[in-house]
Design a protein around this ligand. Structure first.
Ligand SMILES: [Zn+2]
Length: 251
């Protein structure tokens, strides 16, 4: 069989769903996965019968169709994301039109009234006598996001550390591929800059989560009890990240 796997399709609740099958001699169980790049993939043992897979797909139809709708929303979001002045960009959970000021200040990105203003050097990445190229604008906006994330996260760390009676050794803003935050054994906290794209309660949750690790280096009951004491609705904030987190990785 082709190393990339067989491809097939099935109709689930009148929706035609295309999927790939990846067989492996080492695999003992069947797993379904959906992501924006690869679509629906079934990982299964080498000789698992096709009919068994179809039964599983029908059983999981609700989950699969939900996920496919999610992937389509994400793709549409990606298609709308443009690095040009006037384009709507996320900031603290809301979309604002980007307004570019080539006035030599910054790069500085901040929300002003109902706009997201970016200040950049006058001659930044000039494309053929026009305005800055999309690539250049993207780089400046991301730099602005990182600086804004640093400002906001430092303020929130200061706010919550006093309440918890802890003090991190360092606070760093990073571009992690898969995580939102982490706490090192030496007491250094790291946060993903994309948290500035999320609503403030979600950023607060990550700040509290990592600060609580200074008291409990694990995810024990004591740890979650401490988080819940600070943010009784922390589960709703986690749920927001699970549902919308992938959308923040489009940036
Ligand atoms: Zn943790």
């Amino acid at each position: 069989m082709d190393a990339r796997g067989e491809q097939d399709q099935i109709e689930l609740e009148r929706v035609r769903v295309i999927y790939r099958i990846r067989r492996s001699a080492r695999r003992r169980t069947v797993t379904l996965a959906i992501d924006p790049e690869r679509g629906l993939v079934i990982y299964c043992p080498r000789r698992y019968p096709r009919r068994g897979l179809e039964t599983l797909l029908r059983e999981k139809a609700g989950w699969i169709l939900d996920k496919i709708a999610w992937v389509e929303r994400l793709r549409a979001q990606k298609a709308r994301l443009r690095w040009v002045p006037g384009s709507p960009l996320l900031f603290q959970g809301t979309l604002y039109p980007l307004e570019v000021h080539r006035d030599g200040r910054g790069p500085l990105l901040r929300r002003q009234d109902e706009r997201l203003t970016l200040h950049i050097p006058e001659r930044a990445g000039q494309g053929a006598g026009q305005g800055p190229t999309a690539q250049c604008l993207r780089e400046h906006v991301i730099a602005g996001y990182k600086a804004a994330a640093r400002r906001e996260i430092m303020l929130r760390v200061e706010h919550f550390q006093a309440m918890l009676g802890v003090r991190p050794r360092t606070v760093r803003i990073k571009a992690q591929k898969k995580r939102w935050g982490s706490c090192s054994a030496l007491g250094g906290l790291n946060f993903n800059w994309r948290l500035i794209l999320a609503p403030p309660p979600v950023l607060d949750y990550l700040v509290v989560h990592e600060l609580c690790h200074l008291l409990h280096p694990d995810h024990s009951r004591g740890f979650w009890g401490r988080v819940a004491a600070m943010l009784p609705d922390y589960r709703a904030r986690q749920a927001w990240l699970r549902e919308h987190g992938a959308g923040l990785y489009l940036y």
